[in-house]
Design a protein around this ligand. Structure first.
Ligand code: ADP
Ligand code: MG
Length: 320
């Protein structure tokens, strides 16, 4: 039977990557997997952005979930945090607890993980592997030019509120399994890494929509000490969500459904043209949905007549 070390070598060790092909001095990793710690070479003038996410079977994903999709998703949620900071993802560690040394599972998981990592130039530099209830903990490190990171705290009264892509699809997949487009949004979210980097110097605040748009925008408001008005009808929603006849359910998916991993961000009104151009350039919908208000950090969602709508709470990881 394969030992812990065989498994790591077989599935997780990757050849070092050169920043400039063929130029070893330009490697971002001085020492990768195989020693007691990795050694990184951050670029001059950059700040490191660091974030960790823990995914547990039964809490964040179903028992028996497709390992390739899990490999994708567990990295995607971390990349999404880098995007929300305006950071370029560079390095990741992977702490894995597995009930058994299931090589077929590991091979598929690694495929999903490295396919996504490769697209964004992320190197796996270490981790830990142990027997235990299935859990996946990834720490990601990224770089952002000093002073240009995007914070939750930067929204100012008068700023526009924007959201990328479409909301509600992932939550729909949980509520109604069997809709293929929705399932893809839930299982294989596309982290908005390029958008995050391009929003440096444009966005005043940003967050990724992981627990529900209303709740996540609420974090921006709390940190920024400002309120917001959002027009419900403007919120971009996936085709399959727009088809939901039950209006209350549709509102729940769009406002409180988690797992979309879109970016919600704010920007001064003077940036509208620049953001429209960015949207065209990235071929990614960027929709203006409301504005930041002075006063209490409270979110008001209004209908086309200007009447307030009730908003449910988003996902709470401590809910039983
Ligand atoms: P230590 O005893 O110092 O914790 P380990 O024997 O656990 O080291 O790990 C050996 C090497 O393999 C280390 O470089 C570690 O970072 C790496 N590693 C262990 N598990 C993983 C994993 N799941 N993914 C990537 N690297 C891993
Ligand atoms: Mg160890």
């Amino acid at each position: 039977m394969a030992s812990e070390f065989d498994l790591i070598r077989r599935y997780f060790e990757q050849p070092a990557r050169d920043v400039q092909p063929g130029d070893r001095r330009m490697r971002r990793v001085a020492l990768g997997i195989g020693d007691d710690a990795a050694l990184l070479r951050p670029s001059a003038g950059m700040e490191l952005a660091v974030s960790t996410d823990l995914l547990l079977e039964g809490r964040h994903f179903r028992a028996g979930a497709d390992p390739r999709k899990l490999g994708h998703k567990s990295l995607a949620v971390n990349l999404s945090d880098m995007a929300a900071m305006g950071a370029a993802p560079r390095w990741a560690t992977l702490a894995l607890a597995l009930p058994a040394a299931n090589e077929a599972w590991l091979e598929e998981f690694a495929k999903g993980f490295f396919a996504l990592a490769g697209r964004f130039g992320v190197e796996l530099i270490g981790g830990d592997t142990t027997r235990g209830p299935l859990s996946i903990c990834i720490t990601i490190l990224g770089e952002v030019p000093a002073g240009l990171a995007l914070f939750r705290a930067g929204a100012r009264p008068g700023d526009d509120i924007w959201v990328s892509g479409e909301l509600g699809g992932a939550a729909l997949a949980l509520a109604q399994p069997g809709i293929a487009a929705a399932a893809r949004r839930l299982d294989e979210p596309e982290p908005r890494v390029e958008l995050g980097e391009r929003l440096r110097g444009i966005a005043s605040a940003a967050i990724d929509v992981s627990d529900g748009f209303a709740q996540d925008l609420g974090h921006v408001l709390a940190r920024s000490g400002a309120g917001a008005i959002v027009e419900y009808a403007l919120l971009p929603r996936a085709e399959e969500v727009r088809k939901i006849q039950d209006a209350a359910m549709q509102a729940r998916l769009v406002l409180s459904g988690g797992d979309d991993y879109e970016l919600a961000f704010t920007a001064p009104q003077s940036s509208r043209d620049e953001i429209a151009a960015l949207s065209a350039d990235l071929a990614l919908a960027l929709t203006r949905v409301g504005s930041i208000q002075s006063g209490e950090p409270k979110l008001q969602v209004i209908d086309p007549q200007g009447r307030p709508l009730a908003v449910e709470r988003g996902f709470d990881h401590f809910a039983p």
